[in-house]
Write a protein that binds this ligand. Structure first.
Ligand code: NAP
Length: 241
């Protein structure tokens, strides 16, 4: 049992919710980050009913005010944070050709998938630094892999979502930047692809389970001192940028 703390954004359902369960089993005290008080409170209660050590914190990753308030809340309660998982993400909802995706819709996707994790990472950095040896995981996507998407043999080659795909490529770039800066502090920062998973995000068309998806993320959240930083992984295999 680690007794360490972990905050997961977008954790009221799906991959984030299952990650909370798996990290709790490893002994982490969970901050269940959710943008909606009612949904978050109910989800946290469900996990507590299973015996997990879970506290709810309201956090909308697109709002400076909300993220600052969440960091203040966690700071006041614990004074530190051992693990941050930037999991909240959206697709933008449009399945249109890149030439037809309105810039405003692309911007909305970037607000959650790119600026959100950057905002949350910056706001929680004092608490992560205070923990000593913290871990940050960016929940990216194989659709952010330029290597995979430019390979006609790859299974995702035809999935040409301008906003979503480019947002995850940008998140990968942010991962590399943060990893370089934070290495001297002993903070490891990695990106991960949970794989094509049946959740609300894709109308449950994915073929992987949330249990499988969460396991790869939990591995990076719980890395020991010898673990990697500045990488991009699916399960424990490197994904091309
Ligand atoms: P999901 O079922 O749609 O759940 C997304 C979660 O993010 C929900 O809890 C949602 O809250 C939350 N969220 C959305 N916008 C938010 C905001 N502004 N602030 C805080 N929370 C917000 O998606 P999922 O499949 O579990 O996806 C989790 C992560 O994995 C995402 O980053 C996604 O891009 C990535 N991913 C998923 C797949 C897949 O096949 N499912 C594949 C690759 C990568 P509400 O309930 O309030 O909407």
């Amino acid at each position: 049992m680690t007794g360490k703390s972990a905050l997961i954004t977008g954790a009221n359902k799906s991959i984030g919710f299952e990650m909370a369960r798996q990290l709790s089993r490893l002994g982490y005290r969970i901050w269940l980050g959710c943008r909606d008080g009612a949904r978050g409170g109910e989800a946290a209660q469900r996990l507590r009913d299973e015996g997990h050590d879970v506290r709810f914190v309201e956090i909308d990753v697109t709002s400076d005010e909300s993220v600052q308030a969440a960091a203040g809340h966690v700071g006041q309660a614990d004074g530190l944070l051992d693990v941050l998982v930037n999991n909240a993400g959206i697709t933008g909802g449009l399945r249109v050709k890149p030439s037809q995706q309105p810039v405003d819709n692309v911007r909305t996707v970037f607000e959650t998938n790119v600026f959100g994790p950057i905002r949350v990472t910056q706001a929680f950095l004092p608490l992560l630094t205070a923990a000593g040896g913290a871990r940050i995981v960016m929940v990216s996507s194989g659709l952010g892999s330029l290597g995979w998407l430019s390979d006609p043999a790859n299974e995702f080659y035809e999935v040409n979502l301008l906003g979503y795909n480019s947002s995850k490529s940008a998140l990968n770039a942010a991962t590399v930047s943060f990893a370089k800066e934070l290495a001297p502090l002993g903070i490891k920062v990695n990106a991960t692809d949970p794989g094509y998973t049946a959740t609300d995000l894709n109308g449950h068309s994915g073929y992987r389970t949330v249990e499988q998806a969460a396991a790869g993320i939990v591995w990076l959240a719980d890395l020991d001192a010898a673990g990697p930083s500045g990488g991009f992984y699916f399960e424990r295999e490197t994904v091309p940028w």
